[in-house]
Design a protein around this ligand. Structure first.
Ligand SMILES: *Cc1c(COP(=O)(O)O)cnc(C)c1O
Length: 386
């Protein structure tokens, strides 16, 4: 009989057929994927210790101030967003959602489905959040208790300015909820300094883990204030936090053990890279090269530089009646790159992410693949001259 151990011995990690240039799940390191090679008991104390270490590290990534805590939540990032909205806004509260893309809109949808009293301030898909309009809304609607927005709107790749919004919200005593899904771990931010009450992100974005859970970072007392508010049992943020808090890292229900183990490894690799500041520099370099290269190949970016995040970029379809995104996508996939379709309604776009185990050499290879595609125009610069 073949023993399981023997079967494992000669097992080589299969090579990835393509590099993911998407905003998550993204390409992870071999060592992160290898960390999933062991089975873990979801209730065991060794495993729970791992959880405690992860929770501490997440807090440390977000602030040096004392009094902060974190909680992990099963599911994709949206589950954590829903958990926060459904557990933080009380029955007599009112949530103001600032929208400039699909993920902001998703928060409003969550509020609608949970029958939470809310208002939406929509700035349109390609406009930054206007603090003056926010201030006006807050004055007009004193019943607002919570303000929610997205940091990097992955829909377009826009990096929203959070300091001004946070300051306005705080000055009027509002609770500030921030979806930092596609930015946390890739850009430095201090939760305490900024005045963010609930910060939400997930395992498979800038920390470079694999999908399966999200997390929320907040002050201990912010978690306490969520007691008995949740509209859902499985997404009860307070219960989940309290169980982890009181039982040394225990999850309420079955946890994504392999994903958690991979995330633990991803956090070590973030430290090894030099922390968030160094990772930010790598992403920024990747994005800069991508933009420059694509522009020299005749493509235009959707957003001006000052609104562009270093994580994902939207490109406008080339002015070429022959251009078909599907064909372009398949062509690049054959050459080892997976890109992302666009998501806005007003302009035809596609998106290219540059987060994950992605380096400048990969961006050069991508540009060469695009240059070699049928959409290469003879009258533009060669990649080799960038
Ligand atoms: C990825 C992402 C989410 C969560 O999406 P899931 O598919 O649920 O993981 C939420 N907000 C933003 C801004 C994102 O980029």
């Amino acid at each position: 009989m073949i023993q399981l151990a023997n079967r494992m011995e000669n097992f080589d990690l299969p090579e990835n057929p393509y590099l993911l240039l998407t905003p998550g799940p993204l390409s992870t390191s071999v060592s992160v994927r290898k960390a999933m090679f062991r089975d873990w008991c979801t209730w065991d104390s060794d495993y729970n210790q791992l959880i405690q270490e992860i929770r501490r590290k997440l807090v440390a990534l977000s602030t040096d101030k004392k009094g902060y805590s974190s909680v992990l939540m099963q599911g994709s990032g949206t589950f954590s967003v829903e958990s926060v909205i459904g557990s933080a806004v009380p029955e007599d509260g009112c949530l103001l959602v600032l929208v400039n893309g699909a993920y902001g809109q998703r928060m409003a949808t969550i509020a609608t489905k949970l029958r939470i009293n809310h208002l939406v301030l929509d700035f349109g898909e390609i406009n930054p959040i206007d603090p003056e309009k926010l201030e006006k809304q807050l004055l007009l609607n004193p019943e607002i208790t919570h303000v929610a927005m997205v940091h990097c709107e992955t829909t377009t790749g826009m990096l929203n300015e959070i300091a001004l919004v946070a300051t306005l919200a705080k000055a009027k005593g509002k609770v500030f909820i921030l979806d930092t899904m596609s930015s946390f771990g890739g850009i430095q931010m201090d939760l305490d300094e900024l005045g963010i009450d609930f910060l939400i992100s997930s395992a498979n974005k800038c920390i470079q883990g694999v999908p399966g859970f999200g997390f929320v970072i907040a002050a201990q007392e912010s978690f306490e204030q969520c007691k008995d508010i949740a509209r859902s049992h499985s997404l009860d943020l307070y219960d989940q936090w309290k169980t982890m808090e009181n039982n040394n890292g225990k999850w309420r229900f079955t946890s994504p053990t392999h994903t958690v183990r991979a995330f633990h490894q991803a956090l070590i690799e973030l430290e090894e890279e030099g922390g968030v500041a160094t990772r930010f520099k790598r992403y920024k370099k990747n994005q800069k090269l991508l933009r420059k290269g694509m522009e020299s190949l005749g493509f235009s970016c959707l957003l001006p530089k000052n609104l562009q995040s270093p994580f994902i970029t939207s490109f406008i379809f080339p002015d070429d009646p022959e251009f078909r995104f599907d064909k372009f996508y398949q062509l690049l996939k054959k050459r080892g790159f997976v890109i992302y379709p666009g998501k806005i309604t007003t302009t035809d776009t596609f998106r290219i992410g540059n987060i994950g185990e992605v380096y400048e050499t990969d961006i050069y290879r991508l540009l060469e693949a695009i240059e070699g595609s049928i959409y290469w125009k003879k009258n533009v610069d060669k990649v080799s001259s960038i």
